[in-house]
Write a protein that binds this ligand. Structure first.
Ligand code: SAH
Ligand code: SF4
Length: 454
């Protein structure tokens, strides 16, 4: 059971920073995550909802399958103006909100929620006054209780190759999204967390200190904003620029499972944005216990950040490997619901000079994919450098050779062309603050994160 506690934001934040990231509070041992209630008597703990007075509601990150490594606050809802944002709510939740606000009885609410849903997700309307099939008094009442929000755009950048990056803010925190136009498609790279609970050593986002889960509204809000910017309302299946979504922005989506699932369900809803699950890819660094649920409850394409084929190297560059090793991960891939030769799993492999790019690594990669009979394709990603990174990009000839070996082993292995490097929008370059951090501080942060979950 959840017990609500009312605290001030400023009181809570130092608590979360100093105590909740590590030590005894950092890891659930099967049971619900518990943390000392700010302001509570020593020894008193509670789990669940915390209400920020006048600012926002948060919830401690749920223990999805008991695997969350680091407890992080997540913003639930709540705005300074007291209005409720409808973005991110399911249709039944919108209906409930209408009933709670006294604007409709249950039957009417179901019908109204469908109309409102269509205005929001089919036509991109953010102003209730434009909802012309609702009565004027209802529109006014809706505006008195609700908003249809968007994240605030702090910065927008366009790369020389056409890639666009936005720095967004909501709930007081910043995160990024990227749009990558191609001849035959347009891919939106969406963030799931502010920062990342994990610490892959080649990834800029992994160096971020501050972490919170984005809400379903903030995740879908990125898609809505992209549609706004691209002028793509009303939503229609043909001729759109935004055709694909990849959960490859900031954060580990499987550590924010519920919100990612809820947001993607809205993206896939046939009466709204109506993007097919075949056009959506979720990338995970290998949160094994959540992979089956991801397949069953979301059902989108799976990408796995493998990046190494030996325990020694993967432990170093993807430290989550110390918890869920390569074999466990590949077995979970083999069991991923919905994967078959028509819908293959993508294995991402960042090419790091003299680290994971030898011929032997390529042969072992083929061996592993064959051994687990994986319907697989491999994406070779040239390492995208960032200030303070300790790795180098493999030589193009080395990448080519690696690709050839994997290809000859029976798996397609295209080399991904880096996009948006000039605006720090390429894979692993996302980070919402450009603060300069020393090597020692980067190492300290990595060790701190790791201590919390390994
Ligand atoms: N957290 C998820 C999804 C986001 S990262 C995951 O790790 O899968 C998206 C992809 O970019 C991942 O494959 C990630 O390993 C890769 N990546 C991270 N940093 C990179 C860098 N500096 N250069 C190239 N690829 C990088
Ligand atoms: Fe997190 Fe993915 Fe970056 Fe690893 S690669 S630190 S899981 S965002």
């Amino acid at each position: 059971m959840r017990r609500a506690a009312v605290v001030r934001l400023r009181q809570l934040q130092p608590e979360l920073k100093s105590k909740d990231r590590k030590g005894p509070l950092s890891r659930a041992e099967g049971g619900p995550f518990r943390v000392a209630a700010p302001g509570a008597a020593p020894g008193v703990a509670f789990s669940g909802k915390i209400r920020y007075r006048g600012l926002m509601d948060t919830d401690l990150m749920p223990i999805a399958g008991g695997v969350d490594p680091v407890p992080v606050p997540r913003l639930l809802s709540g705005r300074a103006d007291g209005l409720c944002d409808l973005i991110g709510l399911s249709r039944p939740a919108i209906a409930d909100a209408l009933v709670d606000a006294g604007l409709a009885d249950a039957k009417q609410a179901r019908m109204r929620s469908k109309q409102i849903w269509s205005w929001i997700y089919n036509r991109g309307v953010t102003d209730f006054a434009l909802m012309s099939d609702l009565s004027k008094p209802l529109r006014e009442a809706l505006a008195a209780h609700f908003v249809i929000g968007r994240p605030e755009v702090l910065e927008a950048h366009v790369s020389t190759d056409g890639t666009r990056k936005w720095l967004l803010r909501s709930g007081g925190e910043d995160y990024e999204m990227v749009f990558i136009p191609d001849a035959d498609r347009g891919t939106l790279c969406v963030s799931s967390q502010v920062g990342c609970t994990l610490n892959c050593r080649f990834c800029f986002t992994g160096t971020m200190k501050l972490v919170r889960n984005l809400t379903a509204g903030e995740i879908i809000g990125q898609v809505m904003l992209a549609r706004d910017s691209l002028g793509e309302w009303p939503s229609q299946p043909e001729g759109r620029l935004l055709t694909n979504i990849v959960m490859m922005g900031m954060g580990e989506p499987l550590y924010n499972f519920d919100n990612v699932r809820d947001a993607l369900k809205i993206v896939m809803d046939g009466d709204g944005l109506a993007l097919s699950k075949r056009r959506i890819t979720l990338s995970t660094s290998g949160v094994v216990p959540m992979m089956e649920r991801a397949g069953e409850e979301i059902g989108v394409n799976l990408a796995v950040s493998l990046h190494a084929v030996t325990k020694e190297i993967r432990d170093e560059i993807v430290p989550l490997n110390k918890r869920y090793g390569i074999h466990e991960l590949l077995a979970a891939c083999a069991a991923y619901p919905g994967a078959n030769n028509a819908r293959r799993i993508t294995f991402e492999y960042v090419m790091l000079k003299d680290k994971n790019d030898r011929d032997e690594d390529a042969y072992e990669l083929v061996n592993l994919l064959q051994r687990y009979r994986l319907p697989a394709k491999v994406n070779l990603i040239p390492f995208n450098p960032w200030p303070g990174s300790i790795y180098e990009t493999s030589d193009p000839a080395r990448v080519e050779r690696f690709s050839q070996i994997v290809y000859e082993g029976g798996f397609s292995a295209p080399v991904r062309r880096p996009r948006g490097r000039d605006i720090m929008a390429a894979c692993g370059q996302l980070k919402s603050s450009s603060e300069k951090i020393s090597r020692a501080e980067l190492d300290r942060r990595a060790a701190e994160k790791e201590a919390a979950w390994v």
